[in-house]
Design a protein around this ligand. Sequence first.
Ligand code: DX5
Ligand code: ZN
Length: 218
Amino acid sequence: MIAPSILSADFARLAEAADSVDTADWLHVDVMDAHFVPNLTLGLPVVKSLHAATALPLDCHLMIDDPDRWAPGYAEAGAANVTFHIEAANDAVQTARAIRKAGALAGLSVKPGTPLEPYLEVLREFDTLLVMTVEPGFGGQEFMAEVLPKVRLAREHVRAGHLRLFIEVDGGIASDTIEAAAEAGADVFVAGSAVFGADDPGKAVEALRAQARGSMNV
Ligand code: DX5
Ligand code: ZN
């Protein structure tokens, strides 16, 4: 699946941005609070309005402190998938359960420097694992291939039947990096600048999907 990140879109025209990528599978919405990450983006009211303005499933990526308090609200606001960071969570299991109870898929994200091994059991409570392939906070950064072993490890656990997860990569995904991520075992690809920086965002989504399909290893 391809999930264009609206972080790279025109924030005054989010509904039009969503329309321009109606070829996408999910619409990736980066929520940043200027605490967990230095940047500040948008929150619940915008997610609610966006949900009303597009048929695309919203993939909310919460880069915020205290997700235990805020994450279920994004599910109630209509998000299809709500991902929060393990580094910020107090009780990841309880928060995942609250997200699912509110009707969304639950996602767990790890920053590039956070190992996956300690969370393999906790991941049984989740539907999505988001492996950051840049430091969270900004679009347009360079892809970090050194985190791909985490994607491989997660894929091995899925293949062995130990976990059932979407394995999502986020940061620096473009035509020159998506194949390596697909080969490592990712099946959801977030792309901000590579999609909204293209002349035709809808076509960019299709081109990325075709490229990923050719290298998929799931
Ligand atoms: C970064 C965000 C990403 C960002 C990716 O913290 O989580 O979703 O939009 O942007 P690109 O694809 O430009 O690296
Ligand atoms: Zn993101």
